[in-house]
Design a protein around this ligand. Structure first.
Ligand code: 5GP
Length: 191
């Protein structure tokens, strides 16, 4: 998506550890009108998928998921990150290693909010090694619901997550796919 690529080139900052900082518009300060355009694009891509629910992970995914959900007119559920290893009743859980924090947490979704008949679109800000997406898919599968696909704002295509998840037959739509980033240069995958 050209609009997003231009914004990344304009405002993105490259940090050590292959981290792209886009906190001026995506995941700290949020440019609402801009994220609505991303939401419209997800809605166009998944319009025929019969989406009944959007699932994301706290915290960065929530704003994007909510602004996307208004075009589907469906609820948003976000997985909570818990530091405890206790398993509670009536919840679905999965283990997720955080790319940016280097910690492992258990993500939790109440079983009340995912039903077997749900058709779930997963939304997240980044796809790197695929840990977060994998955990969210596990949660949907535990509920017996269907993953219709994943809508990712920025996929770092030089990292393995995208290929891994797609090879499992799951549809992944990323609005910007970064082929390479180093220092001052960011190159996108050419479609
Ligand atoms: P994965 O689980 O695919 O390895 O990483 C995805 C998660 O890590 C996302 O939910 C996102 O919050 C975070 N993440 C991964 N790479 C980046 C990055 O380059 N920049 C930022 N800001 N977050 C990232």
């Amino acid at each position: 998506m050209k609009l997003l690529e231009d914004r990344i080139l304009r405002d993105g900052q490259f940090l050590p550890g292959n981290v792209l900082k886009v906190d001026s518009f995506l995941n700290h300060q949020i440019d609402v009108a801009f994220i609505c355009e991303l939401g419209k694009e997800f809605a166009r891509l998944f319009k025929d998928s019969g989406v009944t629910k959007i699932l994301t992970i706290e915290a960065s995914g929530i704003g994007i998921a909510c602004l996307t959900a208004q075009y589907f007119n469906v609820p948003v559920v976000f997985a909570k990150k818990s530091k405890t290893t206790n398993i509670f009743g009536d919840v679905y859980t999965a283990k997720v290693e955080s790319y940016t924090h280097g910690t492992t947490s258990q993500i939790i979704v109440s079983s009340r909010f995912l039903q077997p008949e749900d058709r779930v679109l997963i939304i997240d800000d980044f796809l790197a090694n695929g840990q977060a997406l994998n955990g969210l898919i596990e949660v949907v599968e535990s509920a017996g619901a269907t993953v219709v696909g994943a809508g990712i704002v920025i996929e770092k295509a030089f990292q393995p997550g995208g290929d891994l998840i797609r090879s499992r037959g799951i549809r992944v739509e990323s609005l910007a796919r970064i082929a390479k980033m180093d220092g001052a240069n960011i190159e996108f995958v050419q479609d």
